[in-house]
Design a protein around this ligand. Structure first.
Ligand code: AMP
Ligand code: FE
Ligand code: FE
Ligand code: ZN
Length: 283
């Protein structure tokens, strides 16, 4: 039995609906799937229903955009209570920040003589948690760029003229936020963010796991993080980070982790739900 614990839908910057994602999961023989849309849990209710109808186990989730010492990192929150007030309030605040950022990016593009309108981006995004991929799609649709890659290369990548830095949650606040919502916290794709030096501090703050397996991790990167996980007694997770058709080819099916990792993750979340105050083992 295998799982994919890192997936996006059109509730953030993925292109699949929850129903489409669940049916692709079935096709790839997944026994369990977690939805981890950026700064939202809005798609989880529908994804839960869609997975049930495909006889796939569903884990609620979100991918929080966080920072530590000015460096961006993504924290995955799993098995969170979808009704948790504090979690819903905080993600709503970051969704408003994302929407304002879209407006700012459009202002910058307009100054570059690219007359894109914010409304065109919001219409394409059609969700509360819009991001740069939606701006890229709007640029392509309006004929200002010929591909999503070109949109990122010319305008949207860090330090390009249309780029606006994102206001992020402190990683320590994000960890506490997920725990109080009854979830377990996992550092996403560490091989992409390379914030390894802060892992000990995050472990002290209660980080539960590390995403060792990811579609952009090489075998040696995965091995490297498996060692780090073992050293700090962290849980191991993994997922494809599929965004649907966003990046040309859907990534679902490219990363499948053994079901035993799902069991451990659920056990840890159950401990947080029971109000456990974990003391971190000394490593
Ligand atoms: P944002 O959260 O608005 O900063 O956008 C980040 C998202 O943009 C990531 O989750 C990726 O899905 C996507 N992304 C980042 N860089 C690129 C790129 N060069 N080409 C295509 N998509 C990208
Ligand atoms: Fe994304
Ligand atoms: Fe990410
Ligand atoms: Zn992701």
């Amino acid at each position: 039995m295998f799982a994919d614990l890192h997936l996006h839908t059109n509730f953030s910057d993925g292109t699949y609906t929850p129903e489409e994602l669940a049916s692709h999961g079935k096709r790839h023989g997944l026994a369990a799937m977690a939805l981890t849309d950026h700064d939202t849990v809005e798609g989880c209710a529908r994804m839960g229903v869609a997975c049930e109808s495909q006889e796939i186990e569903f884990l609620s989730g979100t991918e929080l955009t966080a920072e530590v010492n000015g460096n961006e990192l993504h924290l995955l929150g799993y098995c969170v209570d979808l009704e948790n007030k504090k979690l819903l309030t905080e993600v709503a605040r970051f969704q408003a920040v994302r929407q304002n950022r879209i407006r700012e990016m459009v202002v910058r593009l307009n100054k570059m003589n690219v007359p894109l309108q914010a409304e065109a981006v919001f219409k394409i995004a059609n969700c509360r948690s819009p991001g740069r991929p939606h701006v890229a799609r709007a640029l392509v649709q309006a004929g200002f760029c010929s591909s999503l890659d070109e949109a990122f290369e010319r305008y949207l990548k860090a330090n390009r003229p249309g780029w606006v830095p994102k206001c992020k949650m402190s990683a320590f606040d994000a960890i506490a936020l997920v725990h109080q919502a009854g979830g377990a916290v996992v550092m996403a794709h560490p091989g992409l963010n390379r914030t390894d030096d802060v892992i000990p501090e995050l472990v002290q703050a209660g980080l539960d796991g590390i995403e060792c397996f990811h579609s952009k991790h090489s075998a040696s990167t995965s091995r490297y993080y498996l060692e780090i996980a073992e050293h700090h007694h962290l849980l191991v997770t993994g997922g494809s980070d599929c965004h649907g058709m966003n990046k040309g080819k859907p990534l679902i099916g490219s990363v499948k982790i053994p079901y035993q990792h799902v069991e451990k993750l659920k056990e840890r979340a159950a401990e947080w739900k029971a109000g456990a105050v974990r003391t971190q083992p000394v490593s």
